[in-house]
Design a binder for this molecule. Structure first.
Ligand SMILES: Nc1nc2c(ncn2[C@@H]2O[C@H](COP(=O)(O)OP(=O)(O)O)[C@@H](O)[C@H]2O)c(=O)[nH]1
Ligand SMILES: [Mg+2]
Length: 251
Protein backbone atom coordinates (compact mmCIF):
# COMPACT_ATOMS: atom_id res chain seq x y z
CA UNK A 1 0.00 0.00 0.00
CA UNK A 2 1.11 3.55 -0.73
CA UNK A 3 1.69 6.27 1.85
CA UNK A 4 -1.34 8.47 2.61
CA UNK A 5 -1.12 12.25 2.45
CA UNK A 6 -3.35 15.22 3.15
CA UNK A 7 -4.15 17.68 0.35
CA UNK A 8 -1.24 18.51 -1.93
CA UNK A 9 -2.26 22.15 -1.87
CA UNK A 10 0.09 23.88 0.63
CA UNK A 11 0.11 27.65 1.17
CA UNK A 12 3.50 29.28 0.58
CA UNK A 13 5.51 29.38 3.79
CA UNK A 14 8.96 29.68 5.39
CA UNK A 15 8.65 27.69 8.60
CA UNK A 16 7.42 24.13 8.99
CA UNK A 17 6.96 22.32 12.31
CA UNK A 18 7.52 18.57 11.86
CA UNK A 19 6.01 16.17 14.37
CA UNK A 20 6.62 12.43 14.29
CA UNK A 21 3.74 10.46 15.75
CA UNK A 22 3.22 6.89 16.84
CA UNK A 23 0.06 6.15 18.84
CA UNK A 24 -0.64 9.76 19.86
CA UNK A 25 -4.44 9.62 19.45
CA UNK A 26 -5.16 11.85 22.45
CA UNK A 27 -2.50 14.44 21.64
CA UNK A 28 -2.21 14.88 17.90
CA UNK A 29 -5.26 17.01 17.00
CA UNK A 30 -5.16 19.47 19.94
CA UNK A 31 -1.43 19.82 19.40
CA UNK A 32 -1.76 20.60 15.68
CA UNK A 33 -4.22 23.34 16.58
CA UNK A 34 -2.10 24.67 19.45
CA UNK A 35 0.96 24.96 17.17
CA UNK A 36 -0.92 26.88 14.48
CA UNK A 37 -2.36 29.20 17.11
CA UNK A 38 1.01 29.75 18.79
CA UNK A 39 2.55 31.34 15.72
CA UNK A 40 0.76 32.52 12.56
CA UNK A 41 3.98 32.12 10.53
CA UNK A 42 4.23 28.35 10.87
CA UNK A 43 2.72 25.37 9.11
CA UNK A 44 2.67 21.90 10.65
CA UNK A 45 3.43 18.46 9.20
CA UNK A 46 2.58 15.25 11.05
CA UNK A 47 4.60 12.21 9.97
CA UNK A 48 2.81 9.17 11.30
CA UNK A 49 4.04 5.60 11.01
CA UNK A 50 0.60 4.05 10.51
CA UNK A 51 -0.15 4.09 14.25
CA UNK A 52 -2.42 1.19 15.21
CA UNK A 53 -4.50 3.57 17.39
CA UNK A 54 -5.66 5.61 14.37
CA UNK A 55 -3.55 8.72 14.98
CA UNK A 56 -2.92 9.09 11.24
CA UNK A 57 -6.61 9.24 10.30
CA UNK A 58 -7.37 11.72 13.11
CA UNK A 59 -4.54 13.95 11.89
CA UNK A 60 -5.80 13.68 8.29
CA UNK A 61 -9.28 14.75 9.42
CA UNK A 62 -7.82 17.77 11.23
CA UNK A 63 -5.64 18.72 8.25
CA UNK A 64 -8.70 18.65 5.99
CA UNK A 65 -10.09 21.69 7.84
CA UNK A 66 -6.84 23.55 8.58
CA UNK A 67 -5.02 24.80 5.45
CA UNK A 68 -1.70 25.18 7.32
CA UNK A 69 -1.76 21.56 8.58
CA UNK A 70 -0.40 18.61 6.61
CA UNK A 71 -0.05 14.88 7.16
CA UNK A 72 2.01 12.01 5.82
CA UNK A 73 1.03 8.52 6.95
CA UNK A 74 3.80 6.08 6.10
CA UNK A 75 3.30 2.36 5.83
CA UNK A 76 5.00 0.45 8.61
CA UNK A 77 6.99 1.71 11.56
CA UNK A 78 10.24 3.15 10.24
CA UNK A 79 11.32 5.03 13.37
CA UNK A 80 11.38 8.45 14.99
CA UNK A 81 14.53 9.74 13.30
CA UNK A 82 13.48 8.47 9.91
CA UNK A 83 10.10 10.25 10.25
CA UNK A 84 11.70 13.57 11.24
CA UNK A 85 14.24 13.37 8.42
CA UNK A 86 11.53 12.63 5.87
CA UNK A 87 9.68 15.70 7.17
CA UNK A 88 12.83 17.83 6.75
CA UNK A 89 13.27 16.64 3.16
CA UNK A 90 9.63 17.37 2.36
CA UNK A 91 10.08 20.87 3.77
CA UNK A 92 13.16 21.33 1.58
CA UNK A 93 11.32 20.12 -1.52
CA UNK A 94 8.51 22.59 -0.84
CA UNK A 95 10.84 25.53 -0.45
CA UNK A 96 10.67 26.07 3.31
CA UNK A 97 13.69 27.76 4.94
CA UNK A 98 13.35 26.61 8.53
CA UNK A 99 12.07 23.42 10.15
CA UNK A 100 11.16 22.82 13.75
CA UNK A 101 10.83 19.49 15.39
CA UNK A 102 8.87 18.67 18.52
CA UNK A 103 7.38 15.65 20.25
CA UNK A 104 3.68 15.06 19.74
CA UNK A 105 2.88 14.68 23.42
CA UNK A 106 2.72 18.28 24.76
CA UNK A 107 6.03 17.87 26.59
CA UNK A 108 7.28 20.65 24.33
CA UNK A 109 5.21 23.82 24.69
CA UNK A 110 4.12 25.29 21.32
CA UNK A 111 4.14 28.73 22.99
CA UNK A 112 7.96 28.51 23.04
CA UNK A 113 8.07 28.51 19.21
CA UNK A 114 8.38 32.31 18.71
CA UNK A 115 11.25 32.46 21.24
CA UNK A 116 13.11 29.61 19.52
CA UNK A 117 12.50 31.17 16.12
CA UNK A 118 13.93 34.47 17.33
CA UNK A 119 17.21 32.67 18.10
CA UNK A 120 17.37 31.38 14.51
CA UNK A 121 16.87 34.87 13.15
CA UNK A 122 18.31 37.34 15.67
CA UNK A 123 17.91 40.96 14.68
CA UNK A 124 21.37 42.47 14.23
CA UNK A 125 23.16 39.30 15.44
CA UNK A 126 24.46 36.22 13.68
CA UNK A 127 21.69 33.72 12.93
CA UNK A 128 22.03 30.16 14.26
CA UNK A 129 21.82 27.05 12.05
CA UNK A 130 20.39 24.97 14.86
CA UNK A 131 18.52 26.17 17.92
CA UNK A 132 17.94 23.71 20.75
CA UNK A 133 15.10 24.07 23.22
CA UNK A 134 17.35 23.25 26.15
CA UNK A 135 16.51 21.86 29.56
CA UNK A 136 20.08 22.27 30.79
CA UNK A 137 20.86 25.95 30.40
CA UNK A 138 19.96 28.63 32.95
CA UNK A 139 16.18 28.88 33.07
CA UNK A 140 15.60 25.41 31.54
CA UNK A 141 13.91 22.60 33.50
CA UNK A 142 12.25 19.19 33.47
CA UNK A 143 8.94 18.51 35.19
CA UNK A 144 7.46 15.10 35.94
CA UNK A 145 10.22 12.64 35.11
CA UNK A 146 11.07 9.65 37.32
CA UNK A 147 14.70 9.61 38.56
CA UNK A 148 15.60 6.91 36.01
CA UNK A 149 14.84 9.28 33.11
CA UNK A 150 16.93 12.01 34.72
CA UNK A 151 19.88 9.61 35.02
CA UNK A 152 19.69 8.25 31.46
CA UNK A 153 19.21 11.71 30.00
CA UNK A 154 22.26 13.04 31.90
CA UNK A 155 24.36 10.09 30.70
CA UNK A 156 23.42 10.72 27.07
CA UNK A 157 24.10 14.44 27.59
CA UNK A 158 27.62 13.70 28.86
CA UNK A 159 28.24 11.25 26.03
CA UNK A 160 27.29 13.89 23.47
CA UNK A 161 29.46 16.52 25.09
CA UNK A 162 32.57 14.53 26.02
CA UNK A 163 32.65 11.59 23.59
CA UNK A 164 31.03 13.11 20.49
CA UNK A 165 32.66 16.42 21.49
CA UNK A 166 29.71 18.64 20.68
CA UNK A 167 29.80 21.72 22.93
CA UNK A 168 26.12 21.68 23.93
CA UNK A 169 24.39 20.98 27.23
CA UNK A 170 21.23 19.32 25.91
CA UNK A 171 22.04 17.45 22.70
CA UNK A 172 19.15 15.02 23.16
CA UNK A 173 16.36 17.55 23.38
CA UNK A 174 13.72 16.80 20.75
CA UNK A 175 12.59 20.43 20.56
CA UNK A 176 14.70 22.30 18.03
CA UNK A 177 14.75 24.43 14.94
CA UNK A 178 17.04 23.99 11.93
CA UNK A 179 17.92 26.26 9.08
CA UNK A 180 17.49 23.99 6.04
CA UNK A 181 20.42 25.55 4.14
CA UNK A 182 22.75 23.52 6.41
CA UNK A 183 21.36 20.12 5.32
CA UNK A 184 23.47 19.70 2.14
CA UNK A 185 26.62 20.47 4.15
CA UNK A 186 26.09 17.62 6.61
CA UNK A 187 28.02 14.34 6.53
CA UNK A 188 26.53 12.01 3.89
CA UNK A 189 26.65 9.00 6.20
CA UNK A 190 23.17 7.50 6.80
CA UNK A 191 21.45 9.17 9.73
CA UNK A 192 20.25 7.33 12.83
CA UNK A 193 16.66 6.28 12.22
CA UNK A 194 15.62 5.97 15.87
CA UNK A 195 15.94 8.03 19.05
CA UNK A 196 19.66 8.80 18.55
CA UNK A 197 18.64 11.01 15.61
CA UNK A 198 18.69 14.00 17.97
CA UNK A 199 22.34 13.52 19.04
CA UNK A 200 23.23 12.59 15.46
CA UNK A 201 21.88 15.88 14.10
CA UNK A 202 23.70 18.11 16.62
CA UNK A 203 26.90 16.14 15.97
CA UNK A 204 26.58 16.59 12.18
CA UNK A 205 25.71 20.29 12.38
CA UNK A 206 28.69 20.89 14.67
CA UNK A 207 31.04 18.90 12.41
CA UNK A 208 29.81 20.91 9.41
CA UNK A 209 30.78 24.15 11.21
CA UNK A 210 27.17 25.13 11.89
CA UNK A 211 26.28 27.60 14.63
CA UNK A 212 24.30 26.01 17.47
CA UNK A 213 22.38 27.94 20.13
CA UNK A 214 20.55 26.77 23.21
CA UNK A 215 17.44 28.52 24.47
CA UNK A 216 15.91 27.48 27.83
CA UNK A 217 12.64 25.56 27.84
CA UNK A 218 10.59 23.82 30.48
CA UNK A 219 10.02 20.18 29.44
CA UNK A 220 6.89 18.69 31.01
CA UNK A 221 6.52 14.92 30.81
CA UNK A 222 3.49 13.72 28.91
CA UNK A 223 0.16 13.31 30.68
CA UNK A 224 -1.65 11.53 27.81
CA UNK A 225 -0.53 8.34 26.08
CA UNK A 226 2.60 6.35 26.83
CA UNK A 227 6.27 6.86 26.03
CA UNK A 228 7.43 4.86 23.01
CA UNK A 229 10.99 4.73 24.29
CA UNK A 230 10.80 1.03 25.26
CA UNK A 231 13.78 -1.24 25.92
CA UNK A 232 14.27 -2.06 22.24
CA UNK A 233 14.30 1.65 21.32
CA UNK A 234 16.76 2.42 24.12
CA UNK A 235 19.12 -0.39 23.07
CA UNK A 236 18.96 0.75 19.45
CA UNK A 237 19.75 4.29 20.63
CA UNK A 238 22.81 3.10 22.60
CA UNK A 239 24.10 1.13 19.59
CA UNK A 240 23.64 4.19 17.37
CA UNK A 241 25.46 6.46 19.82
CA UNK A 242 28.48 4.16 19.80
CA UNK A 243 28.39 4.09 16.01
CA UNK A 244 28.45 7.91 16.03
CA UNK A 245 31.42 7.83 18.42
CA UNK A 246 33.25 5.53 15.97
CA UNK A 247 32.54 7.85 13.04
CA UNK A 248 33.60 10.78 15.19
CA UNK A 249 37.03 9.18 15.59
CA UNK A 250 37.36 8.22 11.93
CA UNK A 251 35.89 11.18 10.01
N1 LIG B 1 6.60 8.44 13.19
C1 LIG B 1 7.11 7.89 14.31
N2 LIG B 1 7.06 8.59 15.47
C2 LIG B 1 7.56 8.00 16.59
C3 LIG B 1 8.13 6.71 16.58
N3 LIG B 1 8.53 6.42 17.85
C4 LIG B 1 8.21 7.49 18.61
N4 LIG B 1 7.61 8.45 17.86
C5 LIG B 1 7.16 9.79 18.28
O1 LIG B 1 8.30 10.46 18.74
C6 LIG B 1 7.99 11.37 19.77
C7 LIG B 1 8.85 11.06 20.99
O2 LIG B 1 8.46 9.83 21.54
P1 LIG B 1 8.08 9.66 23.07
O3 LIG B 1 7.33 8.38 23.23
O4 LIG B 1 7.38 10.88 23.57
O5 LIG B 1 9.52 9.50 23.72
P2 LIG B 1 10.05 10.12 25.08
O6 LIG B 1 9.65 11.56 25.11
O7 LIG B 1 11.53 9.90 25.00
O8 LIG B 1 9.39 9.33 26.16
C8 LIG B 1 6.50 11.21 20.03
O9 LIG B 1 5.84 12.22 19.31
C9 LIG B 1 6.19 9.82 19.46
O10 LIG B 1 4.87 9.68 19.04
C10 LIG B 1 8.17 6.00 15.33
O11 LIG B 1 8.64 4.86 15.23
N5 LIG B 1 7.66 6.64 14.23
MG1 LIG C 1 7.82 12.38 24.90
Amino acid sequence: MDDLTSSNDWPAGRVLVVMATYNERDNVCPLMEAILQADPRVQVLVVDDDSPDGTGQLALDTAARLPRAHVLVRRGRKGLGSAILEGFHLAEARGFEVVFNMDADFSHDPLDLPRLMAALEPIGGKPADLVIGSRRVLGGSVVGWPWSRHVSSRLVGWFTKFVLRVPVRDGSSGYRGLRLSILPKLSPRPMCTGYAFHEDLVWRVHRAGGRIMEVPICFTDRTRGRSKANLAAVLEGIRDLFRLAWWNLRD
